[in-house]
Write a protein that binds this ligand. Sequence first.
Ligand code: M6R
Length: 615
Amino acid sequence: MAAGVFCMCGIVGIVGSNAVAERLVDALKRLEYRGYDSAGVATIHNGAMDRRRAEGKLFNLEKRLDAEPLPGNTGIAHTRWATHGVPNVTNAHPHFVDGVAVVHNGIIENFSELRDELTAEGAVFTTQTDTEVVAHLMAKYLREGVEPRAAMLRMLNRVSGAYALVVMLKSDPGTLMAARSGPPLAIGYGRGEMFLGSDAIALSPFTNEIAYLVDGDWAIVTRDGAEILDYAGNPVERPRQISQTTAYVVDKGNHRHFMEKEIYEQPEVISHALSHYVDFASNTVGDNAAAIDFKSVSGLAISACGTAYLAGLVGKYWFERYARLPVEIDVASEFRYREMPLSPSQAALFISQSGETADTLASLRYCKDNGLKIGAVVNVKESTIARESDAIFPIMAGPEIGVASTKAFTCQLAVLASLALGAGKARGTITPEQEKQMVRHLAEMPRIMSRVLNLIEPQMESLSRELSKCRDVLYLGRGTSFPLAMEGALKLKEISYIHAEGYAAGELKHGPIALIDENMPVIVIAPYDRFFEKTVSNMQEVAARGGRIIFITDEAGAAASKLPTMATIVLPNVDEIIAPMIFSLPIQLLAYHTAVFMGTDVDQPRNLAKSVTVE
Ligand code: M6R
């Protein structure tokens, strides 16, 4: 991949019948999960093209627009997540070159060589972005007298990499041209108006009639409709569908942050998710958990990123234990390049809240090319990962706005638990009685979650004051608590910026124990399960070296351990099938309160974005 500034970004365009700037910003608000380093909007009015751009979050752009409104019925807009270079106004999109305006999501991989070529021909680059080459190429071809469509096609055949692009020309105020090679791009059909956006949610206030471009499509969009073509210039048909996405109200309710709201929503959304997969009347796993024929598959490959990967890792323990199904799991950024031998007799599961994560999508395509049956455990049912899968397993968490994933994680776990039990049932590795018993435990989970949230909140809040003074924190766990330890560490570092690591408790003595001293809190996650005694031995090793222990356990565990701790968080005794979801709550609250105490931007932590559409 080329070096330079590139973005992961949200883009939107409107060819309207009245002023568009405000609506473009409204659409950007729904895309801010894709990045918030800078934002910009450009319109055409009375034959002139103009733009407003601002560093940082969207409200800065809104302030710019309040001070200097932008008239015009055609426009494009962008919210940016930069991976290289300074996220300043100069690098903010839209980029202008000689009457050409461009917004871009993705990476132009050959931008460096194109930039050298164009500079040698006299082009003057004013930004550090890869995107600017697109505007320069278009401007060059137009100057040479190439008509706009042909210029677009020529430009598309010169650039390589991953991109969703929208191009606006001063010379043609009633038209936008768009292209997709990688990141998603949707066309929205309105009445006498047309829309373009990175997803259907962005366009949801304007229209629910959507067609998705597929890779290698480009489109010419006017007020009256869209012409979709391939890169050879041949027309192609893409079905219009009615999007189920609603223009949800982005509202924190009584909560200070979306993350807090989403933590407290978990009992309700988990209940919703579970009822899609299990029948609480008969206490059995239903058909929705059988959209993949687990009985006939020889193994499962799971791939995902970040928190979704950690949910997959818990899932591995479940599929192997309850369904005796071997699971190959890796983070998607490694999975996609490992060239692992796969067989069409295996199935593959991809877990993603957004359904747009670039590495996860690439892993999916690798498995698809190898003939595997593909299942998607996603929150956004209309996402690219969902659309490219054979079976969709929705997690039904509702919109998750906080960058730190909370309710999506526990809903992913609830769905994976249901699928593992469904697989066990299909493969005959759990008895009908065991199925009933475990579904009963799943059914109890929302109620227990509500109780736990109320029970531990004050303790988590006061403990977070201690944690906020630390530079480093270690999390330990065994079995399904090992992925939870990693999830706890990920949550803490992502929103409080405190360095944290999650380890398998048994690995402590193979290196990390050297870090233990009186300044290093060690958070031990240990329900009273078959690993409990072993984990307590590891805790003993920490205590013997002066380490301060925060012990997250249940009533039975608290009664069984006599070790002195800095704090013990006591949860109710629960069955091990639901323990990972219940034990997620203290680690989420601890990270949340620590971040609040430290005054960080909890919902939009620095350098991050909700949806990661670059590799
Ligand atoms: O949308 P996805 O679930 O594919 O996103 C994967 C990760 O980027 C995501 O889980 C990330 O690690 C979270 N910010 C963690 O809280």
